[in-house]
Every structure is written in C-alpha cells, then in structure tokens.
Design a protein around this ligand. Structure first.
Ligand code: SF4
Length: 507
C-alpha cells in the first residue's frame, strides 16, 4: 500500500458518514425538517411496541408496510434464467426491469441478463405493441438467444396488452423469425408475488416447449425446484439423484446461470436446462415438485402428462429429506444406497451434538410459504419453538399446512401462524411476545437490531451476507450446513455475552 501523502484515502461507509461534516449536515437537515422533539419520537416509538398498538396494527386492512415479498415478474425472470440460452424480456418500464436485475444480482452476486421493452408514457396511452416488437427484434439481433421468455409488469397489465397477439405480430412483421421460441406469461404485479410469477413463467415455458412432444416414456424423473434462492440446493438435489442412480432433469436449473465460474470470459448464457431436454419432459415417468405451494400453476399442465406428479415440502431437515428420498426412490423403482443412509446418520449425529444450544429457543420465522414450511420441520426437529410464523405471500392453504406441521410436534404448541402479514406486523409480534431468534431475509435486520434479537439469515433475499446461497440447505448435506451456520451463530452470541467464569474453551 502506498504511504505517499497524496494517496487517496478511501473511508468506509461507517467512518465516512460519522465524520463531522456529515454529522453537521444531518443536524441541519433535522432543523429544516422541523420534526418532533426526540423525547416525543422516543415516546411514540415505545408506544408502537405495546399490546395496544399491536391491536391497532393488526386491525389495519388497506395498508401494507414492508411486505416480505417481491412482485411477479421478478420470479418470471428467475424462471427464464433456468433454461439454456434464454433471455428474459420484461414487457414494461425500464425501472421495473432494473429493480429485478438489481434485486437478483444483490442476492446471487452475479450479473442478471434481462432486457426490457422500455414502455414509457406514450405506450401507456397507445399500448405497448410497437415496444414489444422492437424489443424482440433488437434483443434477438444483439444477444442471439435460443429462446426469449416474456413477462409483463403492472403497466402492461393495467392497459391490457395481449402478449400472444403481440408476439404473433412480431413474427408477422418479420422482427423475429418463426423458429425462435418465445414463451410468455402474464405476470400482473398487483396480485401474487415473485413465487406466483415464477410459477406462471415456468408453466408458460413448459407449455410452449412440450407442445406436440408427447411420446413414449423417456425413463426420466423431472424435478421442479420452484423459486429457489439457493443455487446449492439444485446442485445438492442433482447429487442425491445421481447417488440414487436416477435419470433426472431439473426443470428450471438456474444453478449455473446464477453461479458461473470466473474464467476471464463473459458468457451471457452460462447454464440452464437444455431446451430439447425440457421439451421431452412431458414424457417423464414422474414430476417431483419441491415447492408444493408455489407450483400450482405448473402442476395444472403436468396433470396432463403421462407420469405421476408428486408434490412435496422443500427437503429441509431429516423428515422432509426422508420424504424426498423415499418418494423419488419409489417413483424411480430404486433402492436407497448406503451412502445416503450414512449421510442421514451423520446429520442426525450432528443435530444431537448441537441440540443443547438450540433446544427451547423461541423463534420468529418469516419468508416465502414453502420455505417457511420446510424450515419449520427443521426447527422443530432441533427442539426449537416457533412462536411467530409469518408469510406475506402465504394464503389460507399455506397457513393450514403450517399449522399441521406445528401440531405434529410438541415444540409447535406455542406458535401462531400469520398469512398475508408484513414485516411491520412481525415487529408488533416480536415486541409483545419476545423471541430469542428471528429467521428470515435481510429485510428483517432493522427489526432484529431494534429488538436486540439475533437474525439468522435464510430465504430470499439475502443482500448483506455473502455466499450463503451457494451452499445447500436441502438434503442431509444441506441440513448439516444449515445446522453448522445456525449453531455457530448462536455460539458466537453465547461467547460475546459470556461472563468471565463462563467464557469456555469447549462448547
Ligand atoms: S410492482 Fe409493478 S411497478 Fe413495481 S416493480 Fe413490480 S412490475 Fe414494476
């Protein structure tokens, strides 16, 4: 490092914004804003942590504060990235597409190639036909994809743009040739969430690619991961299926698209399920869905395929993974090899080693419906006690399933389940009925700090910790990874807070 007096001093964010000039600036801003006195702010903040405020908070009906979900087209983009050579095209404004790219990039720490039809005010008045035609023509010419997967934003949906007709017009007008596949999904963002958008886009892609391909069995098992923020999960599922000796195909494999190696060369389409393989998925012996709740739209088309459809909870923890392994072994007609049984035993052993530090911990958990239900299984297996179970994009069906999981364990007896509630509801829950740990995405870090409760980051999105998504939380190996992270983060806290007489070498 240079010691020259002219060397550039780069201060980090914390240091920079604590310097006198920024402190003075903040003080001046406060005077300009004319806000309430600090004592009044503190009094109201304290009141918002009370039971009285909680009742008012839960009585609100027409306002959402910090929902723990993203909008449909973001999920549609992730679904498209699961297919080889596929360019996601979002029909709508550039701002929405920047948000999807940014959101996914911040989580996966990878570039997210996605284009927009750049609708502006005039398109809102006259319709987005010319935008979509131009976008398709330009994208195919510039980026040379094998497939373009089109989804919509709020603007396109509010004015009623018809994708089927628009794409047909693009072909008629010669903007794109007849042979390039352009599946689509209408993904209105004012209903559902990124999970529904993923499901809608996957359905659109599979309907398109499998059309007219029905034939005899190809001896394969399809795996549908759903909206999975862990690339490590997809790899772990493929590893397990290979150990089982099952011929398989992942429908929507974004594990390489969003975790490509640094080789010095940029590849725009570094992975994904090959399109011909996806087209033949209609002839599989079975299709196994790893997110039963988030795959309802895709399941509707798979119902028309010859093979059985198997709907599962995500394989998180022992019991959920047992179900996954026994179900795929059953549909494929294979035996479970000793190697997998040994992995299971190792996880069980590790859970026993660590359980004293986790047993009885009161937990608040929030996230996508299937993720929450999968994680509940693992938390209960560790003897942890879920207290608040929240899913902003969870519905009554999710809540019923979550309650069933909780009812099956004595450690689930204290839990309440909250479908459709947001992070501000969760704040009231945590302040009125305190917990030891919050499990959920990065967006809960402010609540965790305010409530002085540890946040265990899991689910989507995780912006402020690195590489968690590269490791699996599925399967026995994923369970071991999850356990390692969880128990060690708790042990870090134990050490941080230990008095001298308990600052032990052995934990
Ligand atoms: S909610 Fe609508 S306007 Fe907002 S980012 Fe999503 S599609 Fe765009």
């Amino acid at each position: 490092m240079s010691t020259s007096p002219d060397a550039l001093t780069v201060r980090d964010h914390n240091t920079l914004f604590n310097s006198p000039e920024y402190q003075e600036q903040r003080e001046r801003k406060k005077q300009f804003e004319g806000g309430s006195a600090p004592e009044e702010v503190a009094r109201v903040a304290e009141w918002t942590r009370s039971w009285e405020y909680r009742e008012k908070n839960f009585a609100r009906q027409h306002l959402t504060v910090n929902p723990l979900k993203a909008c449909q087209p973001l999920g549609a983009v992730l679904a498209a990235l699961g297919f080889a050579g596929t360019l996601p095209l979002v029909h709508g404004s550039q701002g929405c597409t920047s948000y999807f790219r940014g959101h996914l990039s911040r989580h996966f720490k990878e570039p997210v190639p996605t284009v927009s039809s750049s609708m502006t005010e005039d398109s809102a008045v006259f319709g987005g036909l010319s935008n979509l035609i131009e976008a398709l023509g330009t994208s195919v010419h510039l980026y040379k994809p094998d497939m373009v997967a089109v989804s919509t934003t709020c603007m396109a949906e509010v004015i009623g743009d018809d994708l089927q007709n628009f794409i047909a017009s693009a072909r008629t007008k010669g903007a794109i040739t007849e042979d390039i596949p352009v599946p689509y999904a209408h993904t209105p963002s004012f209903v559902g969430s990124h999970v529904l958008g993923y499901d809608n886009m996957l359905r659109g892609i599979l309907s398109y690619l499998t059309e007219g391909k029905k034939s005899t069995s190809n001896g394969t098992i399809n795996i549908v991961p759903g909206f999975d923020p862990y690339v490590g999960n997809i790899r772990e599922i493929k590893r397990l299926l290979t150990l089982l000796g099952i011929k398989h195909v992942v429908l929507g494999d974004h594990s390489d698209s969003l975790d490509s190696p640094a080789t010095g060369e940029y590849h725009m389409y570094p992975g994904g399920t090959p399109l011909a393989v996806a087209g033949d998925s209609i002839n599989a012996d079975a299709t196994v869905f790893l997110q039963a709740l988030g795959s309802k739209r895709t399941k509707e088309i798979v119902n028309g395929w010859a093979g059985e459809a198997v709907m599962l909870n995500p394989p998180i923890g022992i019991a959920n993974t047992d179900t996954f392994v026994t179900e795929v072994a059953r549909v494929a007609g294979v035996e479970v090899p000793d190697e997998i049984t040994a992995e299971r035993g190792r996880l069980l052993d590790a859970m026993t080693d660590s359980h004293a530090y986790l047993h009885g911990k009161r937990v608040a958990i929030a996230g996508d419906p299937d993720f929450v239900n999968g994680m509940l299984g693992f938390l209960l297996e560790m003897g942890m006690e879920p207290i608040h179970v929240v899913s902003s994009n969870g519905d009554a069906t999710w809540a019923e399933r979550a309650k069933g999981i909780l009812a099956a364990s004595p450690f689930g007896a204290k839990a309440t389940v909250w479908p459709g509630k947001d992070a501000w509801h969760l704040r009231s829950l945590v302040f009125t009925e305190p917990v030891d740990l919050i499990v959920g995405p990065t967006h809960l870090k402010h609540l965790a700090r305010e409530a002085n409760v540890q946040l265990f980051r899991a689910g989507f999105p995780i912006f402020d910790r690195h590489h968690l998504h590269r490791f699996p939380i599925y399967g026995y190996a994923g369970g071991l990874h999850l356990l390692t992270q969880l128990v060690n983060s708790i042990l870090d806290e134990v050490d941080r807070n230990a008095p001298d007489h308990s600052f032990d070498i052995v934990r």
